[in-house]
Design a protein around this ligand. Structure first.
Ligand code: BES
Ligand code: ZN
Length: 880
């Protein structure tokens, strides 16, 4: 046995496999019932002290209590028994790697239903945007540098703020109080019930008792804020907190939130259970937003709307984000996943219902079409990789938990729920959700519980179908292997196989696929659940020239491969727009995916794209643009960039001439989005006329003569920066410094990466790492350089040289995975993939392991794609 172990260790060392500490779940011999927590943050020296009284249940006689704690100094630990007896702890043993504290007692603690565990603790208000952390801001109007403090606990960082049973299934109630300066606002999950002013310029705020909830949803904020307030129809007090002097920027969020609450109340048939809901903009914030019960925290750009300076696409994202986090108040907060392997129950549902809700509130957004480009396609792209993972995936270590906040848990999860919603119909789906939420409220669930409720409500098979989507990675390709016209009907043979990014065969995987088919004569010509490898079906009332669309509205989570003869039949319908937008989008997107995995040729898809010349739908163009960017990226490793730019100009110019630069008086939301997309594309294809106009408008804007509409700013900034010299670069920095709107700072700093001068790009990276850019934003500035072919090597080298600083800054957060992905995945050669692999073998990036593997795989796929199709593409581009 020992020998075995030694061999194994040598094996691991040889291959640089570092064994991660095993994480054990907390013992359940002692569990909390209620926490009384008091905090005193010190905003001058960035420390805090706290004390807790936790009502506990001791399930058996025991001489130690184990709970989670990290980076806290704990003292005065004792247990008070029901009879008043006090048993002091003799020692606290912290096990840092396991994020655990063990309190040892000299005397056995007797089994008890009502004991009290009491202690004091202190910690740092850190600058890592997790746990209890500090957030820098400039005061209004003096512009003094000051700090607020706030919490971000999901997934496993409540333990950095107070010692606790930090697992989602160990729910308890909370009474929170805080002592803070009198001139600061203090907020928590629940409404304040008492304010006591002290002589020393401090005050103590006490908040009412929370419902039974998970630790990761506890929240506090202390700082200087203004707010706007209102009541939702159903009587919930809603406030939106903004930086001082900017309360108008909270009005849009307030309006949305007051409508979202009643919408969900009606949809789920359960009222929001708290008396208040606060939304607050936090200057330093790692994620986009966080659903803390009753106190939702947001990045500024995810909640603040400035009348003149906020673009429509941002406003739309803000509406989605608000709906997402409010959706969590039911999915996640009221009913919580049992353990993080079921994270998808939280995130997929919130990601699905945000679209349901925004579709209801803002029909003009046509948001379900945008679901395809925002959620569905990125999910398919991520999930065809060998290094993808099942929606439900085993996780133990905190860094493993962090890494699954990804396209699979969010996008694939939301996409398969959309498919399920469609299969069950809205009524039964709603009924099932209501059953689930009612049955499990204030408790925890596993996926199985959801299937049960949906089956009960609908009387349809759910479990057997959904298990094939949730428990295995990947998704199918449905291929038409026979297509025969007989009289007035068509006989088709469909076959399912796994869709793989490298087109490798996988015989083992199999899905139960709800599938439907449409024709020009019938939106719903055929429906079934494809539960075999192969089926033969007959579609009635079809003539020989009719197209047959598999997966109408692109609802099913799979790719479709047609015969070329069938594909050709779509061309007239694409040209005259007689087939619906969701289908036009799906046809292009499926074919392009088949191009990337080598089933079809790139030129075939470029020819299909040319038949979209009359296309007027924003989202269809957005999908085509994304595909062209992928192609442009691999071609940037060749001499074909100019030719490809010419192709792009040719494709987009007619549309830009139709749309112009000026918005029409009563144009639709989608027309505005389309204009900024198309002009943006023309800038990226280096179209001279567009770039010139962009410059002209930029300088009018800069000189205060004619304000640029927010929707066109990114386009103009890029247009100006593409050929910028140092003078222009500095002008941009001036603009960056002049604005105090986070959105505008993002826009400028992310445009900087489009410059063509390598010395200036070097400066951009230095700028990103400077005090002037918040760490949460730097990742995206660096990414903007990395995705520019001129900056690609530069950024990768910077990353390799500064890995220690970057790792320290971003460790254990999802920003780390974003950074790793952006700086690595755009290469396209075997040597680079080997280099990346080697680097990460020698430098451990905990929490980015899967991302690294995905990047290496992507680089190899890029390389193969290029080798496979380059000659043919060269030939095709000759005409441009
Ligand atoms: N629960 C998450 C926040 C979160 C993300 C916590 C990652 C821990 C790690 C929240 O509900 C969320 O999903 N936020 C999104 C924005 C949303 C609109 C998709 C985010 O932060 O990106
Ligand atoms: Zn979420």
């Amino acid at each position: 046995m020992r020998e075995h172990l030694l061999n194994y260790i040598t094996y691991c060392e040889t291959f640089f496999i570092k064994m991660k500490p095993t994480f054990e779940r907390l013992p359940k011999d002692v569990v909390p019932v209620h926490y009384e927590l008091h905090f005193t943050p010190n905003l001058a020296d960035f420390t805090f002290t706290g004390s807790s009284k936790i009502q506990i249940k001791i399930n058996q006689d025991i001489d130690r209590i184990t709970l989670n704690s990290v980076d806290l100094k704990i003292s005065d630990v004792l247990v008070k028994l029901e009879n008043g007896e006090v048993i002091k702890s003799t020692e606290t043993v912290n096990i840092t790697e396991s994020e655990i504290a063990n309190f040892l007692f000299e005397k056995l603690l007797p089994k008890s239903d009502n004991a009290s565990l009491e202690m004091s603790f202190e910690g740092e208000l850190n600058d890592k945007m997790k746990g209890f952390y500090r957030s820098k801001y400039l005061s209004h109007p003096e512009l003094e540098e000051r700090y607020a403090c706030c919490t971000q606990f999901e997934a496993t960082d409540a333990r950095r703020c107070f010692p606790c049973w930090d697992e989602p299934a160990i729910k308890a109630t909370f009474n929170i109080s805080m002592t803070i300066p009198q001139d600061r606002v203090g907020l928590s999950n629940m409404p304040m019930i008492e304010e006591i002013k002290h002589d020393n310029k401090l005050k103590t705020l006490k908040f009412s008792t929370s419902p039974i909830m998970s630790t990761y949803l506890v929240a506090m904020v202390v700082g200087e804020y203004d707010f706007v307030e209102g009541n939702s129809d159903d009587g919930v007090h809603i406030r939106v907190f903004t930086p001082v002097g900017k309360k108008d920027q909270g009005l849009f969020a307030l309006e949305v939130a007051t409508k979202v609450l009643p919408y969900f109340k009606d949809y789920f048939q359960i009222a929001y259970p708290l008396p208040k809901l606060d939304l607050i903009a936090i200057q330093s914030f790692a994620a986009g937003a966080m659903e803390n019960w009753g106190l939702i925290t947001y990045r500024e750009t995810m909640v603040l709307v400035d009348k003149e300076n906020t673009s429509l696409i941002r406003k739309q994202n803000i509406a989605l984000t608000i709906a997402h986090e409010i959706g969590h108040q039911w999915f996640g907060n009221l009913v919580t996943m049992y353990w993080w392997n079921n994270l998808w129950l939280n995130e997929s549902y919130a990601s699905f219902v945000e679209f349901l809700c925004v579709n209801h509130l803002f029909p003009e957004y046509d948001i379900w079409t945008q679901f395809l480009t925002d959620m569905y396609t990125p999910a398919l792209d991520a999930d065809c990789l060998e290094n993808s993972h099942p929606i439900e995936v085993e996780v133990n270590n905190p860094s493993e938990i962090d890494e699954i906040f990804d396209e699979i848990s969010y996008n694939k999860g939301a996409s398969v729920i959309r498919m399920l919603h469609n299969y069950l119909g809205d009524d039964d789906f709603k009924k099932g959700m209501n059953l689930y939420l009612t049955k499990y409220q204030y408790r925890n669930t596993v996926t199985e519980n959801l299937w049960e409720c949906l089956e009960e409500a609908s009387g349809k098979i759910v479990r057997n179908i959904m298990r094939t989507w949730v428990e295995q990675k990947g998704f199918p390709k449905v291929k038409v292997i026979q297509n025969v016209q007989e009289d007035n009907h068509r006989r088709l043979v469909l076959e399912q196989t796994k869709f793989t990014a490298d087109n490798s065969l996988d015989e083992k995987s199999f899905w139960m696929i709800p599938i439907s088919i449409s024709t020009p004569k019938s939106e719903n010509a055929f429906t079934t659940v494809l539960d075999k490898k192969e089926i033969e079906i007959t579609i009635e009332n079809v003539s020989a020239n009719d197209w047959i669309k598999i997966n109408p509205s692109t609802i099913g989570f799979f790719r479709t491969q047609y015969t070329s003869e069938m594909l050709e039949k779509f061309v007239p319908a694409i040209k005259n727009l007689s087939i619906p937008p969701l289908d036009r989008l799906g046809l292009h997107d499926d074919l392009f995916a088949l191009v990337q995995n080598g089933s079809n040729s790139t030129v075939e898809s470029l020819k299909l794209i040319k038949s979209y010349s009359n296309e007027d739908n924003y989202t269809v163009w957005s999908s085509i643009s994304t595909s062209l960017s992928k192609l442009k990226n691999i071609l940037s490793h060749t001499d074909l960039t100019d030719k490809f730019n010419a192709f792009g100009k040719h494709l987009f110019t007619p549309l830009s001439e139709k749309l112009g630069w000026e918005s029409k008086p009563d144009e639709t939301h989608l027309e505005t989005l389309l204009r900024s997309l198309i002009l943006g594309k023309l800038v990226s294809f280096k179209d001279e006329k567009t770039c010139e106009e962009a410059k002209r408008r930029f300088y009018l804007h800069k000189e205060g003569k004619q304000i640029l509409p927010a929707d066109l700013r990114m386009t103009c900034y890029r247009g100006v920066l593409q050929n910028a010299d140092e003078k222009v670069y500095n002008e941009m920095l001036e603009l960056y410094r002049a604005t105090d709107l986070h959105e505008e700072k993002d826009r400028i700093s992310r445009a900087l990466g489009s410059m063509s001068d390598i010395t200036l790009l070097q400066k951009v990276i230095q700028f990103a790492m400077s005090e002037e850019v918040r760490t949460q934003d730097a990742v995206f500035v660096i990414a903007s350089v990395a995705i520019n072919p001129v900056g690609r090597d530069l950024t990768w080298n910077f990353f390799k040289e500064n890995w220690k600083i970057l790792l320290d800054q971003y460790s254990g957060g999802f920003l780390l995975t974003r950074l790793v992905k952006h700086v690595t995945e755009n290469f396209a050669s075997e040597e680079k993939s080997v280099e990346i692999e080697k680097f990460f073998k020698h430098h451990e990036f905990a929490g980015a392991e899967r991302t690294v593997q995905q990047s290496i795989e992507t680089v190899r796929l890029n390389c193969k794609w290029l080798q496979r199709d380059i000659a043919e593409i060269r030939e095709f581009l000759k005409d441009y």
